[in-house]
Each structure stands twice: as structure tokens, then as C-alpha cells.
Design a protein around this ligand. Structure first.
Ligand SMILES: [Zn+2]
Length: 248
């Protein structure tokens, strides 16, 4: 078993998956004895390669990428104990971790608090050194404040906790891709890493409409990972709007 990861990126779920059979190009999956899984990632060319030599494993990688959008390296490390050739840690530190799912669940809990107030269910948490230091959920209606987005409220709480405006070494988890305002606040607060659940085709500024978080012209850039618990985060929103339609 060989699993090689040359490079990983944060935009893991902007997916195009091509399976190239190394020994037998042109034949289709699954009869591969040896295959290269190529994941082309938005904004990047070739970002993640895995060489695998078992159909079962190849299938698992594809399954994970396509259905859960959890980094296949992560799933490999945590299913059958397969370990990447470069060990358990990525050199560039940009891949997903097991904690990402755990903290995204915390962000979802925040989103549910918003929902219980009849607010659009979006939630965020900020984590530093394994500790949640900021929480927030959308309170736009309750506070009658267009800036009361989950991320902004979580950033304020984290800044208060650290008694500093720089949130160095912090990761922000949010159920929905940040809007331009929140992306701006993320840059201003120097957050190191952003993990979001589902894309926002109407306002997403972490890669969907534009990518404010990784624009080299700004003085700060964050790592971005997307697609963590994507289906569940999206379902929170679709369920909310479905219920709203049914009420009216
Ligand atoms: Zn926002």
C-alpha cells in the first residue's frame, strides 16, 4: 500500500475527480490494480495525488471525496489505519484534521441556536490551541443589526477572550461560507485558518464568488478548507427555508 500526498490544498471539495489507470490508461474504473486518483481543485492545477494499489481503497477515497467531501487523506488515516507516506502530518499543514469535524459540529450547534430564534441558522466557533474561545450565531433579526453575522460575533468574543484584536493561531469554523463583510473581518483579525461547511453561491467570498481570504494583494491570507459536514450544514439552511415557506 502506497499513499503519496505531494501537495494538499484547502479547497478540497471544489471537486473534479479523474481516475487514471496507471497501468492501463483508457480502461474504466473499477478494474484497476493500480490507479492514480487525481483531484483537480478549484484555483489549483494538480493538487492532490494518491497512488493506491487496491480497488477497495480507491473506491473508498472516491466515495469519501464525492459524498462526504472529507479529505481522503484524513479518512485513510482514520479508517483502516493506512498512513500517508509522509507520516500523519502534512508538511504544509493545510489538510483537514479529525478535529475539524468535531468543531464544525460545535458551529452547527450555534446555528441551531439561531434557528430556535427564527434566525437563519448559521453558526461559528473560533478555536485556539484546542479550546473554543469564541462562539456566535446569526442574530441579524434579533439585534436588528446587519453586521450581526455568526463570524463577527464569534470574532468579538474571541478578541475579548484573548484581550487582543489579533486572533493569531486561531481557526474559525463556520457552517456557511463567509460573506464579504465576514471575510474582511477575518483578514482584519489575522485568523490563521478558516473551515467552512457549505458554499454560498450568493455571497461566498472564500472561493465561490471571489476569494478575499487568499488574495495575495492583501497583507494577510488565511488557509481555507471547505466542505466539512457540508450536507448537514446545507440541510440546516434548506430545512429552515422550507419550514418558512410552509408557514407562509
Ligand atoms: Zn457574514
Amino acid at each position: 500500500m502506497t499513499v503519496s500526498v505531494w501537495k494538499t490544498t484547502t479547497m478540497i471539495e471544489s471537486i473534479k475527480v479523474n481516475l487514471i489507470l496507471k497501468d492501463n490508461p483508457g480502461t474504466s474504473f473499477p478494474p484497476a490494480s493500480k490507479a492514480i486518483l487525481w483531484i483537480a481543485i478549484k484555483g489549483w492545477q494538480t493538487s492532490l495525488w494518491k497512488t493506491v494499489d487496491k480497488i477497495r481503497v480507491t473506491h473508498r477515497i472516491i466515495h469519501n471525496v464525492l459524498t462526504t467531501n472529507v479529505c481522503s487523506r484524513h479518512s485513510l488515516l482514520h479508517t483502516d489505519g493506512f498512513v500517508g507516506s509522509n507520516g500523519t502530518k502534512e508538511a504544509d499543514g493545510m489538510s483537514l484534521t479529525g478535529d475539524d469535524v468535531r468543531y464544525m459540529r460545535e458551529a452547527m450547534e450555534e446555528a441551531k441556536k439561531a434557528e430556535s430564534l427564527r434566525e437563519v441558522p448559521i453558526g461559528a466557533v473560533i478555536v485556539k490551541d484546542g479550546e473554543i474561545i469564541g462562539r456566535g450565531h446569526n442574530l441579524r433579526e434579533t439585534m436588528r443589526d446587519p453586521t450581526a453575522h455568526a463570524e463577527i460575533l464569534a470574532i468579538r468574543q474571541a478578541s475579548e477572550h484573548l484581550n487582543a484584536w489579533r486572533l493569531l493561531g486561531c481557526t474559525l469554523y463556520v457552517t456557511l461560507e463567509p460573506c464579504p463583510m465576514c471575510a474582511g473581518a477575518i483578514l482584519q483579525s489575522r485568523i490563521a485558518r478558516v473551515v467552512y461547511g457549505t458554499d454560498d453561491p450568493k455571497a461566498g467570498c472564500a472561493g465561490t464568488l471571489m476569494n478575499l481570504l487568499q488574495d495575495g494583494r492583501f497583507n494577510h491570507r488565511t488557509e481555507v478548507a471547505s466542505g466539512v459536514l457540508r450536507e448537514e450544514c446545507a440541510e440546516l439552511l434548506t430545512g429552515f427555508f422550507r419550514a418558512l415557506r410552509n408557514r407562509s
